[in-house]
Design a binder for this molecule. Sequence first.
Ligand code: SAM
Length: 200
Amino acid sequence: MNAQERADYFDTIYQQQDPFGYGTRWYESRKRDILLATLPRAGFARAWELGCSNGETTRGLAARCQTLLATDMSGEAVAQAAQRVGARSNVEIVQACHPQQWPHGSFDLIVVSEVGYYLQPDELKDLVERVEDSLTPEGLLVACHWKHAFEQAHQDGLAVHHCIGHLLSLPLAYRYEDNDFLLEAWTAHPLSVAQQEGLR
Ligand SMILES: C[S@@+](CC[C@H](N)C(=O)[O-])C[C@H]1O[C@@H](n2cnc3c(N)ncnc32)[C@H](O)[C@@H]1O
């Protein structure tokens, strides 16, 4: 799919409320909980969630971030996210297609979850390079993707993560993998949560 076909595809599926079952499937809430639980800081100053869909993960991130930018290329998804997130004043939800459109400033947390495989390989490469430039020096990039091939995906999640890891100059900070998804995070300054908490 090119960018226009992708926008049409997502606008069509978001005619349904919660087309991926984010609010109803235990698979999804477990995955979201794992992503949030692995974040090595209790709070972040300025985060960006790329491809926020209908805002389920956005709500979880909002509680951990002073300010949160949530973007999605689908106007329908953005409308559903705005409804879910409600009046939280620290969240800005914007319709934008990446990497063609890009936010200003830098972020100490960027989350790319279940988005990378929709991009064409050259778009993914561009996105990864720009993401690294948009991280603060201590910033963390978290990526999480379904491992299996599916019709709309240009590549599977393992290939997406291989590409991200290969292009970034940042070391891997941590990873979680099960039969179905892979979650990885990179940062120039990996943190020990135990050290932060004075446990060692
Ligand atoms: C499968 S949902 C993932 C939702 C959420 N991030 C999660 O992990 O549960 C993918 C979302 O990414 C959006 N998306 C896909 N390609 C995008 C792009 N190039 N720029 C911005 N959003 C994009 C779609 O509109 C869709 O809402």
